[in-house]
Design a protein around this ligand. Structure first.
Ligand code: HEM
Length: 488
């Protein structure tokens, strides 16, 4: 039996170690909770089920998704928060559809290598109405193969030598003007204009400023309509996009007719398509296929490349060592050329550090955050059960920031690309049968831009704000990354 003094001693001891006891209790509770959560996750994944919250039948987590999209943290914040809550694999429900975010190279391999067989791009009515049913983004497998084969030739590295020359000339002139103006300008506005004009020139030889302006305005309206609610009510994004598409089709049709009548000839992408008029059906595109894919190429190529150009400026500004090293390489290439000479493909091929800067920019910027597909049948990805009709999103951002694949992933370090990458660990342009058609063009555009920017100028970023533009699925700085140019 305990006597009175033992009890008193015990109480005294309790008072003396009061705080220690509380700390130990709170710590134990925390550890228990953590373990039970982790155990729950493991138990769920052992059963092949993907953790996550589906919420109410149609609504699910749509409101949280929309609020992330409407915030300056960007829509990927929605994914980041759920990953913290549920673990790397999670599912959610947005606009009535179940989405699984696939965070691994193995998952990416499984989906990319079964494109069209087990998975397909989800059919979105507004997208098909905006870019057209014969667009590469919407056609079924057989047609996709044919259209891709006929378009691909023009985007191979060797076919882009004229593009290098033209883009370089245009870029140099614009940079000189901006430098002479000696005023701050947003890189994003500049890169949007440059990429748009260069693409229209390469595809259809359009150089007239007022026509370029008109087409760009309509392309933006079409692009905005791609993910809108498909109701034809005046004033809505969908309505404006469909009307803009009609105007664009009229312009393209007029150009095709003038060329067929022999009133105009050019050496460009459109001409090479029309030169196939007498070929068998399998070896040529019909007029609607040509027009829908002209529009698709402009829309797929402009905003993506322009955003990547803007991020390259931002990352190089934050990492002066990489900027200096890039400048050194570009100056040594420039020194071996006659003054005023245009860049060539051979010069581009010499930009070994520049290519790593481009890769590191694309890894960190994640211009396309994830690549959506729909499961055509019930299946398993890495043991996780996927039901037919579920959306599986290859989460390129998660893969590109995985510390096991990219140590110290938040650090901009182009030299990490000295080593070869694991399969499916570097996927800014996707992979498999839907790999980006314009990836060579995008790389060249960025390299020419970086050559002229670092080889002739220094710059200061005039707004340090890192918040992102709202309501967009392509991450871009809200400020547009304003800079002022100074001569070297
Ligand atoms: C930095 C710039 C670019 C990035 C990051 C990018 C990224 C991508 C990605 C990830 C895909 C595949 C999406 C998926 O699998 O769902 C894709 C497809 C595509 N891209 Fe790009 N792209 C860029 C520039 C361009 C340019 C310049 C063009 C055109 C000239 C272009 C045209 C296309 C087309 C037509 C497709 C669809 C291919 C198909 O479905 O077969 N892209 N792009």
């Amino acid at each position: 039996m305990l006597n009175r003094s033992t009890i008193e001693e015990f109480i005294l001891l309790g008072q003396k170690y009061y705080y220690d006891i509380i700390i130990v209790a709170v710590f134990s509770l925390g550890v228990t909770l953590l373990f039970s959560k982790a155990w729950k996750r493991v138990a769920i994944s052992w059963r092949g089920q993907i953790p996550g919250r589906l919420g109410l039948p149609f609504l699910g987590e749509t409101i949280s998704f929309l609020s992330a999209t409407n915030s300056t943290k960007g829509c990927y914040d929605f994914v980041r928060l759920r990953r913290l809550r549920h673990g790397k694999w999670f599912k959610t429900r947005i606009f009535g559809k179940i989405h699984v975010f696939v965070p691994s190279t193995e998952g990416a391999r499984m989906i990319f290598s079964n494109d069209f067989a087990l998975f397909n791009k989800g059919y979105v009515k507004s997208m098909a109405d905006a870019v057209g049913k014969k667009s590469l983004l919407c056609v079924p497998h057989g047609n996709h193969k044919k259209i891709r084969r006929l378009l691909s030739d023009h985007f191979s590295m060797n076919s882009l030598s004229t593009f290098v020359h033209k883009f370089d000339k245009m870029l140099c002139q614009s940079l000189i003007k901006l430098h002479q103006r000696n005023k701050s300008f947003p890189v994003l506005d500049f890169s949007m204009k440059m990429t748009f004009d260069a693409m229209c020139n390469m595809l259809m030889s359009i150089t007239d400023d007022s026509l370029l302006e008109k087409i760009e305005k309509d392309c933006t309206a079409v692009s905005d309509a791609m993910l809108s609610f498909p109701v034809m009510i005046p004033g809505t994004r969908y309505y404006k996009g469909i009307k803009a598409r009609e105007r664009l089709m009229e312009t393209f049709r007029g150009m095709i007719e003038r060329r067929r009548r022999g009133n105009e000839t050019h050496e460009d992408f459109l001409q090479s398509m029309l030169d196939r008029d007498s070929y068998p059906p399998d070896e040529k595109l019909d007029d609607l296929e040509i027009m829908d894919n002209l529009l698709t190429l402009i829309i797929a190529g402009q905003t993506t490349t322009a955003a990547a150009m803007m991020w390259s400026v931002k990352f190089l500004d934050d990492n002066r060592e990489a900027q200096d090293r890039l400048r050194e390489e570009q100056l040594s290439i420039a020194r071996n050329k006659q003054s005023g000479a245009s860049l060539t493909l051979e010069d581009i091929n010499k930009m070994s550090y520049g290519s790593k800067v481009v890769k590191e920019t694309l890894r960190m910027a994640n211009v396309l955050l994830w690549f959506p597909r729909v499961a055509l049948n019930d299946c398993k990805i890495q043991g996780f059960e996927i039901k037919r009709g579920w959306h599986v999103n290859i989460d390129a951002t998660c893969i590109h920031y995985d510390p096991d694949l990219y140590p110290d992933p938040m650090q901009f370090n182009p030299s990490r690309f000295d080593d070869p990458q694991m399969p499916y660990s570097f996927i800014p342009f996707g992979s498999g049968s839907r790999t980006c058609l314009g990836m060579n063009m995008a790389r060249i555009t960025m390299l020419v831009f970086l050559h002229r920017l670092t080889g002739r100028y220094k710059w200061t970023v005039d707004d340090p704000d890192t918040s992102l533009e709202k309501k967009t699925h392509i991450p871009r700085l809200r400020s547009g990354c304003p800079i002022t140019l100074r001569s070297l």
